[in-house]
Design a protein around this ligand. Sequence first.
Ligand SMILES: Nc1ncnc2c1ncn2[C@@H]1O[C@H](COP(=O)(O)OP(=O)(O)OP(=O)(O)O)[C@@H](O)[C@H]1O
Length: 255
Amino acid sequence: MSEPLLELKDVRVGFHGRTVLQNIDLHLNSGEIVTLIGPNGAGKTTLVRIVLGLLKPDSGHCHMMKDLRIGYMPQKLQIEPSMPLPVSRFLSLAGASKKQILNALTCTGVEHIYNSPIQTLSGGETQRVLLARALLRKPQLLILDEPVQGVDVNGQRELYHLIKIFRDETGCGVLMVSHDLHLVMAATDKVICLNNHICCSGHPSQVSQHPAYLQLFGHESSELAIYTHNHNHAIDGHVIDCGDCQSGNQDKSQQ
Ligand SMILES: Nc1ncnc2c1ncn2[C@@H]1O[C@H](COP(=O)(O)OP(=O)(O)OP(=O)(O)O)[C@@H](O)[C@H]1O
């Protein structure tokens, strides 16, 4: 069997005397998609920072395959709003040619915004540009910190699908952070449920039934499970034909 891309053993990190991560064991192979899921403050970004080499664990080990090429997609893009920066220029900063940039934008479905200023893009377009930038590095390991932030539900599904296609085509490994197991379920091989330590891990269908997962997310899970959209909207968005729309089963877009 080939060497893992990434291996963490008994990692512990604390800030100002408070332990944020402990007993973290993680193993990621080529071609594998691993998703970190956990509530706010669970330590997901801290774990990503360790993997990126931006933070050293207080104890334990983080071992990467030698010369591993990493593509990283951050949670958010910080850009000076008063300085117009076309997408083409932003991506050329990664050292890519026009052809490579157009290929990466085509791959993420936004080649039409090649000349658009970054500041004018929608949330979904911005995330696709950030994903294109990560892909330009031809990564062996793709690291994505909440890649679908600010994207609507259909856009989220599409982005996760794109990530899976990229993995299928290149055989890279993927480590990503997500808040929503249900959306990411189809696009992940393994879920690690994190809350300062690993509460449970495994195939998404196993994790979604695990008592530790249900304790952390049970309420949200059951809300998702019972929600059905059982009325129609007029073109301006107002509800028509509200037949059996009872309280407790309302369309959240109307709240
Ligand atoms: N540099 C730092 N100094 C002090 N505390 C920090 C530092 N970085 C992170 N923390 C703390 O560590 C905890 C975990 O933070 P982290 O950003 O890893 O959580 P997260 O799971 O990514 O949260 P979220 O879902 O809200 O993004 C938080 O309580 C945070 O305040």
